[in-house]
Structures are given as C-alpha cells and as structure tokens.
Write a protein that binds this ligand. Structure first.
Ligand code: FES
Length: 164
C-alpha cells in the first residue's frame, strides 16, 4: 500500500464522515463478508431536488477494517446529491476513488461498502428505518446472531474473529 494511500486512510479514520446510525433514514442496507468476517450497515435519506429523488445523506456503521471505514467515509460524501441510479452505477473502486487506487488485497473492503449501498438502494430491499430506540443496534444484532439485511434475510454468515 502506498504511503499516500495510507495517509489518506489514516486521515479518514481519524475524522470519519457520516459515522453512526441515522434514525430518520429512508433505507437501510447491511452486508457482511464471509471471507473476512467484517460487516457494514448503511443508512440513506433522500430528498427531492429539481423533480428528482436524490440522496440527501448517508451514514454508516461497521465492524470492518480501517480501509472499509475509510471507504465508507468518503463514499457517503461521494453519493450525496446523486440519484439512486447514479449511486448504483458506482463500483467499489469508484466509491473508494477519493482515497486513491486500492491494492488488490483491499478491493473487497470497498466492495463491502458497495454491497451495503446496494442493499439499501436496490428496489425491493428498501425498508423503513427502524423505530427509534426500538430497533436493536448492529452490535446487539451481532451479539444475538440475528444481523440481517433490510429485507430481513441474512446477508452472510458473520464470523467474528481476531484479526492478525
Ligand atoms: Fe474485511 Fe477490509 S473489509 S479486511
């Protein structure tokens, strides 16, 4: 990994944008990686702009590596103001573009962000935001082993394990 990329990731980790649950979200998506055990959830709020429905803002929570956190941070800024179609057209690498090119071993970290975004935005997978205080947190779901996507179906078997 280049020094420049490492510096940008460190900067994003030190000051992550749009981190945390969004109570008033219009859509929520969760995805987990069976490969590394990491997990990411994204909340999206829409607004009308010039007769189009665009993403007003997005937030995230993750049990993921630093790269996933950094990509989610820049991606939530990148998709603001985009339509659903425009956001869905972005690959994981494009969502990570503000950080610079990721090494091959870190591409899946960006794909985790892309997956959570798709889970939130793909028709049929949209779901109303959980009621404030009523919904379990991502941590509670992980601890209970009930983490699922917006449609209620398990996205992946989540295996939490210490990272080397
Ligand atoms: Fe699993 Fe980065 S998302 S190692």
């Amino acid at each position: 990994m280049s020094d420049e990329l490492q510096a940008r990731i460190a900067e994003a980790i030190a000051n992550p944008r749009n981190l945390g649950e969004m109570q008033e979200a219009d859509a929520v998506g969760t995805v987990g990686s069976a490969d590394c055990g990491d997990m990411l959830r994204m909340w999206v709020k829409f607004r009308e702009q010039d007769g189009r429905k665009v993403i007003d803002r997005a937030t995230f929570q993750t049990f993921g590596c630093e790269t996933a956190i950094a990509v989610a941070s820049v991606a939530t800024e990148l998709i603001s103001g985009k339509t659903v179609e425009e956001a869905l057209s972005l690959s994981g690498e494009e969502l990570a573009a503000p950080l610079g090119a990721l090494p091959p071993m870190k591409i899946h970290c960006a794909q985790l962000v892309e997956g959570a975004l798709r889970s939130a935005l793909v028709p049929g997978e949209e779901a109303p935001a959980p009621a404030p205080q009523a919904a379990p947190t991502l941590l509670e779901q992980l601890q209970a082993g009930t983490a699922a996507d917006a449609g209620g179906a398990p996205r992946a078997r989540i295996v939490l394990k210490p990272r080397p």
